[in-house]
Design a protein around this ligand. Sequence first.
Ligand code: 5GP
Ligand code: ZN
Length: 149
Amino acid sequence: MSVTAAVDAACIFCKIIKGEIPSFKLIETKYSYSFLDIQPTTEAHVLIIPKYHGAKLHNIPDEHLADILPVAKRLAIALDLNVESPEGVGYNLLQNNGRIAHQIVDHVHFHLIPKRDAETGLVVGWPSIDTNFEDLGQLHKKLLKKLEN
Ligand code: 5GP
Ligand code: ZN
């Protein structure tokens, strides 16, 4: 399996892909590489990374991104997280972009984090803005215009 040309010699995750830094590898494909996080929030906290160096999601070619969700699915099943009920064990898929959004390693990575109880795994909290349909409608129009290009 070849590694794509986009590599940053100083990047810790590029080094993991190349085997220069050891990792607990799980699945490797032509486009992606997955391994256990060394500072897990819970047991079997996994990272899935594109074999292409880029700091943020928009820097990564589509073929690499398209490979990642099927890998996440295989891992979720292997980790026995595929519960067919809204109750019981769950999981989060998290991908941070930029320091303000809690990104520490500047090589795109998706966290697959089992959610087994309230205390471990990802703890999510976000503010909600009161619904204003006029504002939503204007935003929608603006975005559709941008998406036309
Ligand atoms: P971020 O906050 O950037 O989304 O998350 C970076 C993640 O990478 C953290 O959960 C951290 O524990 C993990 N990490 C950082 N360095 C290494 C490493 O050398 N090996 C592994 N397996 N995980 C790492
Ligand atoms: Zn890298």
